[in-house]
Design a protein around this ligand. Structure first.
Ligand SMILES: *Cc1c(COP(=O)(O)O)cnc(C)c1O
Length: 419
């Protein structure tokens, strides 16, 4: 048997063993699709909503309807989704600056937030740039326990001690690129209840990136005051060209909307320039596309575990986000893996990725990204820092078929090293 035949046999074996898990993924995708289509129907979505507006964008019926549908689907009172939010970091910045005032405390209870928030909070970067810290907002953090659970004892202590100043309790749902557990919506719901019992007036804000539509409910449906995410991840369905969203309680979303545009204008303005259709269509696709990415992650876990690598999560474990970590323990294997993903991508498949010293990172990083939309990580993509344990973080796959092609290609590149 040559390597290709070996991998093909392994893929067939994997798909047999994964059939129950794949059926459950399809069930969740169906339930979420149903929820979205019911909402489209009750909001009478029609082609007129796709019309472009310009200038102030007053009375953009498509934009206003999309906001209502987004709220509905997320189990929230209100929401806004905008093509001109440039990324998830900006959406998070809008949410945090919308809620926090001088002398308030932002309390992160799931450990360190995503890297790009360090400068927004003011934990890194130059003083005077306009971080939350520059505006007198203090930051506190409680790490997750060793086993990945919330440290409720410590969270309770901090809440009681600083109740009058804690305005935002912050939770990152996905592990992101950290070595921690991804939180389930149930676990987040439990934390919201714990926090609100002690301090009912604070806002619980969830960084929802990579988590949308992986489960049947979003954190807003279990009491979070605000969830925030990017449209070039799960909820854009691979269709949205760019953008971000915020959903939550009416008051929290109103406050964020004043930061999005200006106090007073809020959500009454914002030309959509013809982007509504992509966002409607992206939301329609999102549960399915997310399901494709989750299946791709399960397959990758199975194949690379069989090839002798450590994988996290394991192939047979239920997912709460779309990220798959593959620990390679070698520079060559990490580079080969990313090369293979690139060679198995729809765009730029002829390109060989090389490690580079990315600004802001202490180690070199290698990235594979052969996507239709630049930087889109609902599309098959992989990256990893070139340091021990040489972990590749894989996510996305617009279709399971193309995800499978990417995984086979990556496996073949890695196998070449051994032969
Ligand atoms: C992607 C992501 C963000 C935002 O990153 P952008 O690149 O600015 O979109 C924030 N938090 C988590 C957990 C993420 O995965």
């Amino acid at each position: 048997m040559d390597n290709f035949e070996k991998i093909s046999a392994l893929v067939s074996e994997a798909e047999k063993k994964l059939s129950d898990i794949f059926a459950e993924i399809d069930r969740i995708s169906f339930a979420n699709t149903k929820k979205i289509m019911d909402s489209f129907k009750s909001h009478r979505v029609s082609e007129t909503m796709f019309a472009a507006t310009s200038g102030y964008g007053y009375d953009d019926h498509g934009r206003e309807t999309l906001d209502e549908i987004w709220a509905d689907v997320m189990g929230a009172e209100a929401a806004f989704v905008r093509h001109n939010i440039v990324n998830g970091t900006q959406a998070l910045t809008i949410g945090l600056f919308g809620l926090l005032r001088p002398n308030d405390i932002m309390f992160s209870i799931a450990g360190k937030p995503y890297d790009t928030l360090d400068e927004v909070i003011g934990n890194t970067g130059e003083a005077g740039n306009g971080s939350l810290r520059d505006f007198g907002v203090e930051y506190m953090q409680c790490d997750l326990l060793e086993n990945g659970d919330f440290d409720f004892d410590r969270i309770g202590e901090v809440l009681h001690a600083h109740k009058d100043r804690i305005k935002v309790v912050f939770i990152q749902r996905s592990k992101g690129y950290l070595n921690r557990k991804t939180l389930s919506v149930d676990e987040i719901g439990e934390a919201v209840k714990f926090v609100k019992d002690i301090h009912p007036d604070c806002f619980v804000v969830v960084d929802n990136c990579y988590g949308e539509f992986v489960e049947e409910r979003e954190p807003t449906a279990v009491g979070a005051d605000m969830i925030i995410g990017s449209l070039i991840k799960n909820p854009g369905g691979g269709m949205a060209e760019t953008g971000g969203y915020i959903a939550g309680s009416a008051r929290a979303v109103e406050l964020a909307s004043y930061r999005l545009t200006s106090v007073g204008c809020g959500l009454e303005v914002g030309a959509t320039l013809g982007q509504n259709k992509n966002i409607f269509k992206g939301l329609f696709y999102a549960p399915h596309t997310t399901a494709q990415a989750i299946k791709t992650a399960h397959l990758a876990a199975y194949i690379f575990e069989a090839l002798g690598y450590e994988v996290e999560p394991a192939w047979n474990v239920q997912r709460h986000d779309i990220i798959q970590a593959i620990v390679t323990h070698s520079r060559e294997a990490l580079c080969a893996f990313c090369r293979g993903i690139q060679y198995g991508s729809p765009i730029d498949a002829y390109v060989t990725p090389e490690p580079w010293a990315m600004p802001g990172y202490s180690d070199e990083v290698i990235m594979a990204a052969g996507a239709f939309t630049q930087g889109s990580s609902i599309e098959l993509s992989a990256d990893g820092p070139l340091r021990e344990p040489f972990t590749a973080f894989l996510q996305g796959g617009l279709t399971y078929e193309s995800g499978k092609i990417g995984i086979i290609s990556a496996a073949l590149e890695v196998m070449k090293l051994k032969s």
